[in-house]
Design a protein around this ligand. Structure first.
Ligand SMILES: [Zn+2]
Length: 151
């Protein structure tokens, strides 16, 4: 690290102290050697990249660090699994499934054909709600009153 142009010796000491305090909070082991006459601080640091990244970044909530997210088709398949679990645990006759619009598109299918297939498979009413606020892989299922359905 370069702290060049510090003529007052106390300032150098101050910088060293602040730096050493800051490094105590760092999970990565760092050894400060000393400051040279030119204001250069030499330090050794284990795996700088990993340490630095963990300080300034956090895992992506969308892909959970995989760097990829499930395709809309995969999420749609997960929706069907989740619906199956849901109906196994409740006596609901109608549900609303809230998903990302791209997943909703797959779930509905051409002319809603896929949704009809799913509804027939479970013999229940299913309303697909497309929501921009829902993350790509998230699926929210809730029971709704079948009497309030418009169609
Ligand atoms: Zn991501």
């Amino acid at each position: 690290m370069d702290f060049i142009d510090m003529s007052v010796p106390e300032h150098k000491t101050e910088v060293m102290n602040v730096l050493e305090e800051a490094l105590k909070k760092d999970r990565v082991k760092t050894t400060v050697v000393d400051m040279t006459k030119l204001g250069l601080i030499e330090m050794t640091r284990k795996n700088i990249r990993e340490g630095f990244e963990s300080l300034v970044t956090q895992p992506c909530p969308y892909c959970e660090g995989r760097g990829k997210i499930l395709s809309s088709e995969s999420v749609a398949r997960n929706v069907e699994k989740k619906i199956r679990k849901y109906f196994a645990q409740t006596i609901a006759s109608a549900i609303e499934v809230e998903v990302h619009p791209s997943v909703a598109e797959v779930l509905l299918g051409k002319n809603d054909g896929n949704l009809f297939r799913i509804e027939n498979a479970f013999n229940k009413r299913i309303v697909i709600k497309a929501s921009e606020d829902v993350k790509h892989e998230d699926i929210f299922i809730k029971e709704i009153d079948p009497d309030n359905l418009l169609t």
